[in-house]
Write a protein that binds this ligand. Structure first.
Ligand code: BGC
Length: 887
């Protein structure tokens, strides 16, 4: 609430200085307008081999093309001449020069700089870096997400960078996918919660900073990018529209509802249509349905990719026409030439693209700049108060706290952890002294920073040295990619291992990002696995720490370890959090935000797979074996649940139900704990998920302390995406399950105290209703009084018997004609939409060219079949299918 008030006040203050963008737009030439839609990579203006800006070239481009935006860091590909990045002051100097050039143009419009800020302001040297999104999600603590967003924006804004390309809102379903660590895990609700909180943090002013310290967030990558069929980055996605909406829409919708200012589309094709040319997703879904009004930018070179990569356009010009006419993309991340400007100007001049289309995008861009205060303060001064806050201690503490709560205890045989600080230990393994591995990709550089480059860092080894009072030995083990133990001095390791109380072995991956991070084998490199197995054979207890942005298959390393901690990629100082956890200064409370696979052939296998997704082999038709379930995470204390109660045995249409459970800390340590509530939709006309996370609450409990947690579930939580891609509610039984391992679908569920059930009962005993009215429902409801969804279970005969009598048809027809006339009238204001008709009812349909309604009669099955096709009046075949009369 406080944040909202603060946000509103700041917004009002900014608006005092804002300009009238409509008027500005009217005064712009075509060239000036198209310039706003162009985003170029800074590398175009950097003198090769240096980090020096070629200001002559920059000035020429700014004045000739009137460019609207620039992105990226000169250091994205690595250090330059021993330097790892620009500090906030250096960025400010550059942005100040850049804006001076832009304000020298006849039309004075500031340039908006966009930058990847994936886990902190990773391209601002000396700024605070946080755990990657996956680790942040493991905290199940939305306050950390908010705070991380706020600090990232503050550090970016200190560097005069107002536009952040984050967060990633895809789901981590493909364990081999190189961007797994950039996501908030596999669950739509968790991703929605973390995503909307980090966005609100980014877009809110920091209390301790100057104004404005907020930046525009950019939800990405719209949509379903994280689900490549073969697990490779940028590979095709084959996802039925229903699944895409059911799984991927919630997080993006939550972001839009949270006020996200910008969005980025994605590299991949879905069902053969590259995203950058998708009318379905980048016009109908994101704008018409989801009501996103912000700026939509492409991903890198995406429009050109329609030609040179996806092969759906036969020239760059054709690619630009295709993309701009079919989508609502506002800005093209071009990023290295003038092709977009040159071609788009031609396309408008030759009437292939309308000026209205250009205007709508330019207005959104001008509005964004205005909202961010760029017009009121275009040329940043060099002595901003925010500068002193970059990398301040309190921010690094926030990062450390987040890392502490992310650490997830996956195994703890004989409660070997925590160990006494007086123990003697051996620290080994390729990630044990690697700030580079801990930080992951997008750290200083795109593919991550070198171990010695980070201005601040605490490796696991140095963290352990600082918390232990006993001896801490360190020895080199195999490298990250070792395929065996050749060259490793195992005899010294054996002798040392046998002389200490515990061996701490840190395994995992080095840093990577995007396509270069693709792998062909999900197994952890064999040398690392063999190493852990060897260590176990020496007889000293082995504690394994996983430092990895994605779940590599661990094979024998799991049974060879007495205890296992998952650290994800906890950031440069995450080693401190790991060390504190090993000795019990931090009680682990992380929960794994994805299903950790055990075998290559059983993936993807998210916990929300459908019930029929089962494994065979000797025990046929069972749940597939995984290494760790979604939500797994032990503690050094223990928690018990009791008194699961529902406020009612049923929920009505528009109603709600209260779920209450008591959680008690039955162990000896004060600790944090996340309580998870899952919903089981027992039977559903389209296959239900096995279960779905609906709520989570993180609590802190002292030893023997209990707390009651209650949540309210409403119809919103029970709706699902139906075969016609619309949300529906279906009556029937639902079950509630508490905790990650709850299974309230199996036969003995009723004897499980942590399962309970209720029925959803719809008005008029309907089986299924649409949850939102749309124009066709208005049409239908005036005729039938309901918006019952089409029921595929009703056989044709039965349908016949339910069909209208002739007198009913006459009445319905008259009403429909009225409705149609209304539709003709409204059609002027309503964009092209395809209306779903209820069986055997005349219905209005506005065609795609915008020349109002055709009066059509159709059978519901046909309308369902064609629901996804935009009707093209020139296509006789499609049209004739639509106008065929019902029998
Ligand atoms: C990535 C985006 C990123 C963009 C700009 C692309 O390759 O997919 O996530 O924002 O580059 O750096």
């Amino acid at each position: 609430m406080i944040y909202c008030i603060f946000f509103l006040i700041s917004f009002c203050i900014l608006n005092v200085f804002s300009i009238n963008t409509d008027e500005l737009l009217k005064s712009m030439t075509l060239e000036e307008k198209i310039g706003q839609m162009v985003q170029l990579d800074i590398s175009l203006f950097i003198i090769e081999g240096t980090d020096e800006v070629d200001y002559d070239k920059l000035s020429e481009w700014v004045s000739k093309y009137k460019i609207g935006s620039i992105l990226n860091s000169p250091f994205s590909f690595g250090p330059i001449d021993g330097k790892s990045g620009w500090t906030a002051i250096e960025w400010r100097e550059f942005i100040s020069n850049l804006q001076t050039l832009s304000m020298n143009n006849k039309i004075q419009i500031p340039i908006i700089y966009g930058i990847d800020t994936i886990h902190g302001a990773n391209y601002v040297y000396n700024s605070t870096l946080f755990p990657q999104a996956l680790g942040l999600a493991a905290t199940f603590n939305t306050e950390f997400a908010y705070l991380q967003g706020q600090i990232s924006a503050k550090d970016s804004r200190a560097a005069a960078l107002p536009w952040i390309f984050a967060p990633v809102l895809g789901l981590a379903l493909q364990p081999s996918w190189a961007r797994f660590e950039e996501t908030f895990g596999e669950d739509p609700y968790l991703v929605s919660q973390m995503g909307s909180n980090i966005i609100q943090g980014m877009q809110a002013d920091a209390n301790d900073g100057g104004i404005p310290s907020r930046a525009a967030a950019c939800m990405k990558h719209f949509i379903a990018y994280s689900d490549p069929e073969d697990g490779k980055d940028r590979s095709p996605v084959q996802l039925p529209d229903r699944h895409l909406r059911q799984l991927y829409m919630p997080a993006f919708q939550a972001a839009i509802d949270a006020g996200v200012m910008t969005a980025m589309e994605s590299y991949q094709e879905v069902g053969g249509v590259p995203m950058a040319s998708s009318h379905e997703y980048l016009t109908k879904l994101i704008r018409d349905e989801m009501n996103f009004n912000g700026v939509l930018v492409t991903d890198y070179q995406e429009i050109e990719n329609l030609y040179n990569w996806h092969k759906v356009a036969d020239s760059v010009n054709n690619a630009i026409e295709m993309s701009i006419s079919q989508t609502t993309i506002d800005m093209s991340m071009v990023p290295l030439d003038s092709s977009f400007s040159d071609n788009l100007i031609d396309l408008v001049n030759s009437n292939k693209i309308s000026m209205n289309r250009i205007d709508s995008s330019v207005l959104r861009i001008l509005n964004l700049k205005n909202q961010l205060g760029l017009f009121s303060d275009p040329i940043p001064s060099i002595d901003d108060p925010l500068l002193a806050t970059v990398g301040q201690d309190s921010d690094w503490n926030a990062s450390l706290n987040s890392a502490r709560e992310s650490i997830t205890l996956l195994k703890n045989n004989n409660t070997i952890l925590p160990i006494k600080v007086t123990s003697n230990i051996l620290v080994v393994g390729p990630t044990s002294d690697s700030i580079s591995s801990q930080s992951g990709g997008w750290s200083l550089h795109w593919q991550g920073g070198g171990n010695d480059e980070f201005p601040k860092g605490i490796s696991i080894y140095s963290g352990l040295k600082s918390v232990m009072e006993g001896t801490v030995e360190y020895l080199d083990g195999p490298s990250i990619n070792a395929i065996n133990l050749d060259g490793v001095d195992m005899s010294t390791i054996e002798t040392t291992a046998q002389s200490v109380d515990y061996v701490i072995v840190c395994i995992g991956e080095g840093p990577y990002a995007e396509k270069p991070g693709d792998i062909s084998d999900l197994n952890l490199p064999a040398g690392q696995i063999e190493f852990v197995e060897q260590l176990q054979s020496y007889g000293t207890p082995v504690i394994m720490v996983i430092v990895s942005g994605r779940p590599r298959l661990l094979n024998g390393a799991v049974s060879a370890s007495n205890a296992i901690l998952n650290a994800y990629t906890p950031g440069p100082i995450g080693g401190q959090a790991v060390a504190e956890t090993i000795v019990g200064l931090n009680i682990p409370s992380g929960r794994i935000p994805y299903t950790y696979p055990k075998y290559n052939a059983n993936i993807p296998y998210p916990y929300h797979h459908t019930p029929s997704d089962m494994c065979g082999g000797s025990s046929t038709y069972t749940e597939c074996e995984v290494e760790w379930k979604f939500g797994s995470g032990l503690s050094y204390t223990s928690f018990e649940y009791s008194n699961l109660e529902l406020s009612s045995a049923s929920m009505g249409e528009g109603g709600s139900i209260n779920v209450k459970v008591t959680v008690t800390n039955t162990g000896v340590f004060t600790a944090k704990h996340t309580v998870l509530l899952f919903l089981f939709d027992i039977y559903r006309r389209v296959t239900p998920e096995y279960k779905l996370l609906k709520r989570f609450t993180k609590v802190t409990l002292n030893s023997n302390q209990s707390i009651d947690i209650s949540w309210i579930l409403t119809n919103e939580d029970l709706k699902f995406v139906y075969i016609d891609s619309r949300y529906v509610l279906e009556s029937g039984e639902f079950r509630i399950g508490i905790n990650h391992d709850s299974d309230c679908r199996n036969n003995d569920w009723s004897t499980n105290d942590m399962c309970s059930s209720f029925d959803l009962i719809l008005n008029n005993n309907n089986k299924c209703v649409y949850t939102e009215q749309n124009v066709d429902d208005t049409c239908v409801s005036s005729a039938t009084g309901s918006s019952v969804c089409y029921d595929p279970f009703i056989a044709d005969d039965e349908e016949e018997s339910n069909a209208f009598t002739s007198s009913q048809i006459v009445i319905v027809s008259i009403l429909s004609v009225c409705c149609c006339l209304l539709g003709v009238f409204l059609g002027t204001f309503v964009d092209s939409s395809t209306f779903l008709c209820i069986n055997k009812v005349f219905c209005c349909k506005k065609n795609n060219k915008g020349d109002n309604s055709d009066f059509i009669t159709t059978d519901v099955k046909e309308s369902l079949l064609y629901d996804k096709v935009s009707i093209d009046d020139d296509s006789i075949e499609k049209k004739s299918r639509f106008i065929s009369s019902p029998n």
